[in-house]
Design a protein around this ligand. Structure first.
Ligand code: UGA
Length: 437
């Protein structure tokens, strides 16, 4: 079975490399020739632990190749995975489906043998059925092209592990034959006991958006309580630990802080609301608007704290530690940390940023800040330090260690990773999310 993967972003490259790791011959396609050239040399254009090694290994073995040609892909592959992006449409909540539609049409026009197209992108419910019509109208006569939906649940920073050993596999199919093909693709995971949910197109599409909506809700839930503990006193971490011990609730994704960002959760909850509104179901998903607002308010809280701790932001010197939307990633899409840096700058602060992997991407989006390559350089002249992404090197910070590198004794812990009492006992003034200041 020959596998192709359309789109070589996060999802696509990871899927392609993992399919090669499972022993398949894989051809990845991207319309960007620069990306294809770099991937063909085994060079990954983004940061993802474990993926560069996998990519290099399989490019070298010849099991993994990349192309810009739909003709090549259509003539070569048996199973075609679509992993192109569905970004938020400018100025709207809805997903931009133009990349998925274009990929489907190009594939359908170029497929020359009986094949299965498997969508992996996060899409509004109803997409697979709509794409089925596009395939029917564009495919060559005499060739059978079926569709399936197989959402991806990988997390950045754990993309390889999540792809090779997922919590579950979900496939939306219309025939047992198509399910059988996907069972072959995922034979290794299934043999290892990974559960497979076989369902219809709509449920498969909805499982993905429901999972992300739930995760976003869980984070915003604890962050709503962090607003309460800030007002009345109390400790948000202890609260999360205590409710998290109830196995029905669970402790994961209950870390209060500056909130969720990235290329998925924020846009997915907005796209879900937009789709629900189209379906006349806006009331059903209206709570997600509140989750979005709670999330965005946490960024304001960090800025408010900075203003309070400094008296005025104008002409203050601020060090930002961590600018990616989460650790182990160089992704700054909708990063709460970068948004906070920008807001501080807009209020007159001079901002110096240090991130172990995100400086390059952040400086492209927000060139107004100073970017430095060490924590020491970031903090040395700062009036206030904001720790905004919980990279390992920040988790091990000590009050004495940091004090040796800077004159300030003011820090904001945007991710609740520092022991507040220890820092305060050492003479630091510490502001955090979910604690009264
Ligand atoms: C998310 C989902 O977790 C994946 O399952 C999904 O496949 C992916 O989106 C996607 O749709 O492609 P990801 O965006 O990589 O994955 O990041 P998460 O680990 O979910 O973190 C999202 C944001 O929530 C980060 O900004 C993180 O800092 C924040 N977060 C997470 C919190 O603020 N508190 C928490 O307790 C957990």
């Amino acid at each position: 079975m020959r596998i192709t993967v359309i789109g070589t972003g996060y999802l696509g490259v990871t899927h392609a490399a993992c399919m090669a790791e499972l022993g398949f011959e894989v051809l990845g396609l991207d319309i960007d020739p620069v990306r294809v050239a770099s991937l063909s040399e085994g060079l990954l254009p983004f940061h993802e632990p474990g993926l560069p090694e996998l990519l290099r290994k399989h490019v070298k073995s010849g099991r993994l190749r990349f192309t810009t040609s739909y003709q090549e892909v259509g003539a070569w592959g048996d199973v075609h995975f679509i992993g192109v992006g569905t970004p938020q449409r400018a100025g709207e909540g809805a997903a931009d489906m133009s990349f998925v539609d274009a990929a489907t049409i190009s594939l359908a026009r170029n497929i020359t043998k009986d094949s299965l197209i498997v969508g992996k992108s996060t899409v509004p419910v109803g997409t697979t059925r709509r794409l089925k019509t596009l395939v029917r109208d564009n495919k060559r006569p005499g060739v059978s092209v079926n569709l399936a939906w197989n959402p991806e649940f990988l997390r950045e920073g754990f993309a390889v592990v999540d792809t090779l050993t997922p919590d579950r596999l979900v496939v939306g199919v219309e025939s047992p034959e198509d399910e059988a093909i996907l069972r072959k693709v995922y034979a290794k995971a299934l043999a290892d006991g990974v559960p497979l949910i076989t369902t219809d197109f709509e449920t498969a599409e909805l499982v993905k958006v429901a999972a992300n909506a739930f995760l976003a809700t869980k984070i915003s839930f604890i962050n709503a309580f962090s607003e309460v503990t800030e007002a009345v006193g109390g400790d948000i971490r202890t609260l999360a630990d205590a409710i998290g011990l109830d196995v029905r609730i669970g402790r994961r994704f209950l870390n209060a802080g500056i909130g969720f960002g990235g290329g998925c959760l924020p846009k997915d909850i907005r796209a879900l609301q937009a789709r629900a509104a189209e379906l006349g179901l806006d009331r059903s998903m209206r709570f997600l608007d509140e989750m979005d607002q709670i999330n965005l308010r946490r960024r304001e809280r960090a800025v408010d704290l900075a203003r309070v701790m400094l008296g005025s932001l104008s002409q203050s010197r601020i060090a930002i530690l961590g600018v990616t939307f989460k650790p182990n990633s160089d992704d700054v899409r909708d990063s709460p940390a970068l948004d906070i840096a920008n807001k501080l700058f807009d209020e007159g602060a001079e901002v110096t940023v240090y991130d172990p992997a995100g400086n390059v991407n952040a400086s492209r989006r927000s060139p107004q800040h100073h970017y430095v390559t060490s924590m020491g350089d970031a903090v040395k002249n700062a009036d206030l330090i904001l720790l905004l992404t919980e990279w390992d090197e920040f988790k091990t910070l000590t009050p004495e260690g940091l004090a040796a590198q800077t004159g300030t004794r003011k820090i904001i812990d945007g991710r609740n990773i520092l022991e507040a009492r220890v820092w305060e006992d050492s003479g630091w003034s510490l502001g955090s999310i979910g604690r009264r200041y």
